[in-house]
Design a protein around this ligand. Sequence first.
Ligand code: ASP
Ligand code: MG
Length: 405
Amino acid sequence: MALIVQKYGGTSVADAERIRNVAERIARLQHAGNQMVAVVSAMGDTTDDLIALANQITDRPSARELDVLLSTGEIVSSTLVAMALRHLGLDAISLSGLQAGIQTDSTHSRARIRRINPERIHRELDEGRVVIVAGFQGVTEELDVTTLGRGGSDTTAVALAAALRADRCENLKDVEGIYTADPRIVPAARKLRDIGYEEMLELASHGAQVLHPRAVELAQLYNLPITVQSSFNEEPGTLIHAETTMEPTNKVRGIAHDADVAKITVRGVPDRPGIAATLFEPLAARAISVDTIVQNASLENLTDLTFTVSRKDLRAALEIIQPVVLEIGAAGLVTDDEAGKISIVGTGMQNTPGYASRMFRALFDAGINIQLITTSEIRITCIIDQAQVPQAVRALHDAFELEKA
Ligand code: ASP
Ligand code: MG
């Protein structure tokens, strides 16, 4: 008997019929003798709709209230899946994040899981029940509801699989797996049979929206193999695991893109120790993640410092950074909220020269201007104009021949 943790995304539980399908899928596995825990996202666009609703009340909703509001989306879907299972004659119970024992820190809207007390879930499983857990949420030590950030149900599932020592963790989505690029942009994109944690983490952190980056991080930490597969068919999907292929033939594994980037340039920054810390500490304190950071060489002791944030964080970032700019005596602030980001990822690129130049050549040939460049050992990223992102994805997919296995 295996313990299986599954996660069903919002599209997979978008309406009553799909919820019934999900219940049937879970029921089949339960009947086959497995113990089943399923984590669910909110139905369809529920989370977006709830955010829009809050924004009709105020443009600055309290982070605490917003988290409670958003957590209700997953509660709704979890109860309906449990009802659907009971309708099929199975014993099933839904649990909120609190009931599932998920404790987080108190950073509202992007809380991190601190610990999981899996006792209640184990007890329900021992009683022979299917357990449906509301994803994306937990509670602080004071029992205030928190959410884990958009797409956070993936992280709930992986964290639960680790805490429960599950035999399998499956992410069931409206896509068939991990592709060499977004197939909506590149129809020839190829589904990967498997991919290593590191490559997946780079793809997920740089725009591939298929999997929450922290879910990948956790899976790697616990060396937990996870799959991404479609909830609408039985195709095998993609396995994410500690990879075994020593020398992949194509060294570029995939292309990630993010069309929602904002770029902030602080101009005329005095070149003295401590300035970068003064600028970035307050952003970190508010849990705003800063991505690409570029500081140019200083002329006459003044430098320009450019960094990117997710477009949705631009307003909050500016509110924080404006007073700091005055405080440090910088010349000014320039923002561009129409930037995009394109990355090539592959562990095989490590120690193999020539990938950066091929990428830049391909972008140049496609008439795309590169604004900023950053790299990690297994990734090269360019910041470009948002409008050119799809074109860039296609150009790079072609240039690195990713359609070929
Ligand atoms: N419902 C949340 C969202 O839409 C969490 C999730 O789907 O994983 O972001
Ligand atoms: Mg969702």
